[in-house]
Ligand binder design. Structure first.
Ligand code: PBG
Length: 334
């Protein structure tokens, strides 16, 4: 007989069965926490995206159908990413504020079919910009590419207004230009769109995890990289500086991106501000789980769920994830 340890405190008592574990659980993931990113294109067909298994570039009809399926699973928020035809791309990306463009039509189609779905739009130039950057590019005297800040902000304001006019509930600047939140807020307010919210990509890192997304949209920079506007992965104090500015400029919600490799930043910002915080589980994070599961190395359902729970536990109030529909369906079923 082994000796009984004298242990008045035994943490395992709170894990002794499913019901006790249920009572003790600190973090619960629900379908309402999830935002579903959807790719759209100017085509009648719905094309599977090779670099992102399980994701499609949707036609407008396909988009409405997919939103409907996600809706049935309990998802109430979506965000659109357009693949723009090459001939519509220009150096200033004017197509981004075309009222008859792909995104405004997608907003109207989804709001008409599902008025209570929150439609979020991405505000940045990269899908529309012939240089593949989030802002307007010029070549400096030294031959280096320069991304123009203030000129870009002007175009972003027109893009945000165009989305608001079409019925977007939330506009989400992902460009990382300085001062864009304040400028967009002022532009929206002066056009009578004071109810349209801003979800700002506050701490968006210059990350290699965006690779599959850029493949899906053909939106990779033609030259150079995004390091003069997206943040250095080595930095966290800078994230707080961006957060303070975005809140002061009127952002309603802040975002950290990517999510999984930046959980410390999610927690840092959650503790520093009072507005809701979002985290974006990006294409590379998604693909890594998908590929490992495809080869049978991990259980996709369980790892996807655990990755999202971890992001929420770190402090995210909402999560953008390509798993949104599947995970919501599973949460509803369990
Ligand atoms: C561009 C944008 C990117 C993503 C969302 N908006 C790519 C980039 O900054 O190059 C990436 C999302 C993902 O990888 O899932 N404004």
């Amino acid at each position: 007989m082994s000796q009984r340890l004298n242990l008045p405190i035994r943490p395992r008592r709170n894990r002794k069965n499913a019901a006790v574990r249920g009572l003790s659980r600190e973090t619960v993931l629900t379908p309402q926490d999830l935002i579903y990113p959807l790719f759209i294109h100017e085509d009648e067909s719905d094309d599977a995206i090779e670099s992102m298994p399980g994701c499609h570039r949707w036609s407008l009809a396909g988009l409405v159908k997919e939103v409907g399926e996600a809706y049935s699973a309990g998802v109430r928020a979506v965000v659109f990413f357009p693949k723009i035809e090459e001939e519509l791309k220009t150096s200033k990306g004017e197509e981004c504020f075309n009222p008859d463009g792909l995104v405004p039509r997608a907003i109207k189609a989804v709001k008409e079919a599902y008025p209570d779905v929150v439609v979020i739009t991405d505000v940045a130039l990269d899908p529309y910009n012939s240089d593949g950057h989030d802002g307007i590019v010029v070549e400096g005297d030294d031959g280096e590419l320069k991304i123009l800040n203030d000129e870009t902000v002007e175009v972003l304001c027109r893009q945000a207004l165009c989305h608001a006019d079409a019925g977007a509930d939330i506009v989400s600047p992902s460009d990382m230009m300085d001062g864009r939140v304040g400028a967009i807020r002022a532009a929206l307010d002066s056009a009578g769109h004071e109810d349209v919210s801003i979800l700002s990509y506050t701490a968006k890192y210059a990350s290699a995890y965006y690779g599959p997304f850029r493949g899906a949209l053909d939106s990779a920079p033609k030259a150079g990289d995004k390091k003069t506007y997206q943040m250095d992965p080595a930095n966290s104090r800078e994230a707080l500086r961006e957060a303070d500015l975005d809140v002061a400029e009127g952002a309603d919600m802040l975002m950290v991106k990517p999510a999984g490799p930046y959980l410390d930043i999610v927690r840092l910002i959650r503790d520093a501000v009072d507005v809701p915080v979002a985290a974006y589980q990006v294409s590379g994070e998604y693909l890594m789980i998908k590929s490992a599961a495809k080869d049978g190395w991990v259980d996709e359902e369980k790892v996807a769920m655990e990755s999202l729970l971890g992001i929420k536990r770190a402090g995210a109030d909402m999560i953008l994830t390509y798993f949104a529909k599947d995970v919501a369906a599973r949460l509803g079923a369990s």
